[in-house]
Design a protein around this ligand. Structure first.
Ligand code: ASP
Ligand code: MG
Length: 804
């Protein structure tokens, strides 16, 4: 025999009750032997309680009562529920006259919820051809007389139930009222709120059932509340002990008194979803899971009471006094935290009890205030407790670090000594985000990285597509889920917390709207997005102003935009300070040499104490192409330049390349990597444009390209034999000082050197260090182009994702 218990939501009108009927019919047809325990339907118990209160204050309860009856009767007009309705009517009338009611009356009223429910379900089942039978537990479960929280009397209840089932066995499906019983006077009693679960486990125990199936409106027990944590996973199997720790269910299905009858007979409990037939639910047995389980549970409406005082040091009996105050005032304490110096003691209590706790403590410690042993008692409202069940301190640093990284600093935390359980108190406003961060961290499953991409031109657009294409593979390989929640250009933003789709170009056209950076930050906050990264793929000089607010709002930064690193040194420092203060990172590998691993290499060498003495190379793909070809071919300079322009290797105004500023910026970025404090103005840049062509509009300039020719023909001819021209950046000087020599210049080098042998539009870097002597580290390859740059930015995303 299996016992099936259905909760109030399962039995609600429409979909609910229909599903219940279908489940029962199905099992009966399969020849399963079952008995059903029901709760009141919908919110019946709450509603009855409310009507009672209204009646007792002499207000008009009739409308509420009519609503109640209408819901309970629903479309089942042919089912006779008048007996219960009439009794209720009389009871309410009486209460309204007297203006008060006893717990005994209340139990009579509340019991009608379960009676109506069982009666109705029995009638519907009979109509469906099932041999159902209404079973009133007031005749079976005998209890003491503690109305509202009655205790069943074991022996007699057991005997009654066994006898009843002997008489009504075979094909009969008994529909049993949960929650209710009666005392020796046959007065109706109830077993406490949510008591139907208790009834079900008692019946299961008495009848030696093979399983208790508790039908709810959720799929089972989760690693965290799925309403709060999107990635929460259902747990298939856990032990009663483990289940008992889970506060969400602890109060209802898994209340200790409900579990004990099951444990006693070793009866498995399965938590199932009425509304999801397929699901196998969560099975709870006395066997523990080998690996142990981890879950997150939450206490939401709590406050922190804090008692502080220097005089508490070494004083005895303080805790005893605190707890006596709590006990006398019926205030339950869920967490205490006390430092070994005893200067302060923190207590977590229910939010609605906090003020009372503070007032009573102030009374108790009045004298200690005068003697200055206690100096303040404070209450912090709006906090929540997160318990990581199954967590011990050996790996606690992981979720903890993840929280700090996401700017969530727990107000206090503590652990249980024996059990594996660490609890944290956090601000209620941070609860949702904190849960998601911890969940992502402890389950290792797909740590979510939430990305905002600014600029969706060539590089930005390519990057978005690269991310969308590789997201699934990366999630599989690295357990990292890349979620692009924002895409923006200078005017519009597209926001989607669940991630943009490959159709983002259309989406931004249709759903994009104008924005400020604060809108993006607010959106991330509102939706509790964790592990935030902002990526600047613009070339904008103004967007950089957003870096600081972004870092302050818990975003890590990545840019292919070079501006932030080439403004004044004071801005450079300021940004780094904000980043450090907020424990945020800023990566910009693509600032120099696109995707080539240059900056990371220099950073590592420098951090490891390697003394870098010189950096030299061809920093611009465009100028690499120009001079490689001009040196190799017998053609005028303007012809090569035209070729470059036509192939799209240059900026729309090629003077931006030819003036050398771009190379200068890259050189400055590398110099600052070595802690040099140079300013852009200090770079000695050889401008390749003849002076008279530097001003004026582009089209004019493009018509005068041949004016370059005599100048460069002469430079080329003046070289030593077997030499070629290269436009290089060079950082030299005593790099241990505050400043180095930064030069950008056209040089002539032997063609049989590495630099002289350069081809195509390759970038080329030589890093000279003390240990490597005169054999530099060389990094060479495609140093420009949207695809390699986007890949480089992608690399930065993965570097950040791997951190912490
Ligand atoms: N109907 C009762 C209540 O709401 C008992 C139960 O549902 O388990 O508390
Ligand atoms: Mg690079």
């Amino acid at each position: 025999m299996k016992i099936l218990k259905f909760g109030g939501k399962s039995l609600s009108n429409g979909d609910g009750i229909n599903k219940v009927v279908a489940i029962i019919t199905d099992k009966v047809n399969q020849g399963e032997e079952i008995a059903i325990v029901v709760s009141a339907r919908g919110n019946a118990t709450d509603e009855l309680e409310e009507i009672l209160k209204v009646a007792a204050t002499n207000k008009d309860y009739k409308l509420l009562f009519e609503g109640f009856k209408k819901y309970q009767q629903d479309e089942y007009e042919n089912v006779d529920l008048s007996e219960e309705f009439n009794v209720l009517e009389k009871l309410f009338e009486g209460v309204s006259l007297i203006g008060d009611y006893s717990n005994k009356i209340k139990d009579q009223v509340l019991s009608k919820g379960e009676l109506l429910s069982a009666k109705l379900l029995t009638a519907i089942l009979i109509e469906n051809g099932i041999n159902a039978r209404f079973a009133d537990t007031r005749e079976l479960i005998k209890t003491d007389s503690k109305f509202g929280d009655a205790q069943p009397l074991e022996q007699i209840s057991k005997k009654n139930v066994i006898n009843y089932f002997k008489e009504n066995n075979g094909t009969t499906v008994n529909i049993i009222t949960g929650f209710i019983g009666s005392n020796n006077n046959n007065d109706t009693t109830t077993l406490g709120r949510n008591g139907s679960n208790y009834t079900a486990s008692l019946i299961a125990n008495y009848l030696n059932a093979e399983e208790l199936q508790n039908y709810t409106h959720v799929d089972g027990i989760y690693t965290a509340n799925p309403d709060l944590v999107l990635d929460a996973k259902k747990i298939d199997h856990l032990s009663f002990n483990e289940a008992n720790e889970i506060a969400n269910f602890g109060a209802t299905i898994l209340h200790a008194k409900t579990i004990i009858p099951l444990l006693e007979k070793n009866i498995p409990l399965r938590i199932l979803n009425t509304f999801n037939h397929e699901n196998k639910g969560t099975l709870i047995t006395s066997n523990s899971n080998k690996e142990g389980i981890k879950t997150l549970s939450v206490l939401e409406n709590v406050s922190l009471v804090n008692l502080e005082g220097r005089g508490l040091l070494g004083k005895t009996g303080v805790d005893a006094r605190i707890f006596r105050v709590m006990g006398d005032n019926d205030i339950s304490v869920s967490i205490i935290s006390q430092g070994s110096s005893e200067r302060g003691i923190g207590l977590v209590v229910a939010a609605d009890k906090a003020t009372k706790a503070m007032i009573e403590l102030e009374k108790e410690f009045e004298n200690d205030f005068y003697s200055k042993d206690v100096n303040k008692i404070t209450v912090t409202d709006d906090v929540s407790v997160i318990s990581i069940i199954g967590q011990d301190l050996s790996t606690f640093h992981k979720p903890y670090t993840a929280l700090i990284k996401n700017k969530i600093v727990p107000i206090l935390f503590n652990n249980t000594v024996t059990g594996k359980n660490v609890s944290l108190v956090v601000k209620k406003s941070q609860l949702n985000k904190a849960l998601n961060v911890i969940h992502g961290e402890i389950f290792g499953v797909s740590k979510k990285i939430n990305i905002a991409i600014f600029g969706h031109g060539l590089v930005g657009g390519t990057l978005i597509n690269q991310i969308l294409e590789s997201a699934a593979t990366i999630e599989k390989r690295k357990d990292i889920k890349l979620n692009v929640f924002a895409i923006a250009n200078s005017s519009n933003v597209l926001l989607n917390k669940n991630g943009v789709t490959p159709n983002w170009k259309n989406e931004i056209q249709n759903n994009g709207f104008s924005y400020t950076i604060d809108d993006v930050i607010a959106y991330a906050n509102e939706h509790h997005l964790e592990n935030l990264i902002a990526i600047d793929n613009t070339a904008s000089a103004t967007f950089v102003e957003n870096y600081i607010p972004l870092a302050e709002s818990s975003f890590d930064l990545i840019s292919s935009n070079k501006v932030a690193n080439t403004l004044s040194y004071s801005f450079y420092k300021k940004l780094r300070k904000v980043l450090a203060d907020n424990q945020k990172s800023y990566l910009y590998e693509t600032n120099v040499g696109a995707g080539l691993p240059l900056i990371d290499t220099i950073k590592l060498l420098h951090l490891s104490g390697e003394n870098i003495t010189k950096i030299k190379g061809v920093f611009s793909g465009t100028l690499s192409y120009l001079f490689n070809n001009f040196s190799a071919k017998d053609a005028p300079f303007s012809e090569i330049l035209k070729e470059a322009i036509e192939n799209g290797y240059t900026e729309p105004d090629p003077r931006e390349d030819l003036c050398g500023n771009d190379v200068g910026r890259k050189l400055l970025i590398l110099a600052r990597e070595l802690d040099l404090q140079n300013e852009f103005e200090e770079i000695d840049i050889q401008n390749l444009i003849p002076e008279h062509l530097r001003e004026g509009d582009v089209s004019d300039f493009l018509n005068k390209l041949t004016e370059f020719d005599p100048i460069y023909a002469k430079i080329k001819a003046d070289q030593k034999p077997n030499h070629v021209l290269r436009y290089i950046g060079e950082l030299s000087g005593d790099l241990q000082n505050d400043k180095g020599n930064l030069e950008v210049k056209l040089v002539s080098v032997p063609s049989d050197t590495a630099l002289g042998g350069l081809k195509g539009s390759d970038s080329f870097f030589e890093i000279y260090t003390e240990s490597y002597g005169d054999r530099p580290i060389v990094i060479q390859g495609a140093g420009a182009g949207s695809a390699v740059t986007a890949r480089g930015v992608f690399g930065d995303i993965l570097r950040l994702s791997d951190k912490g």
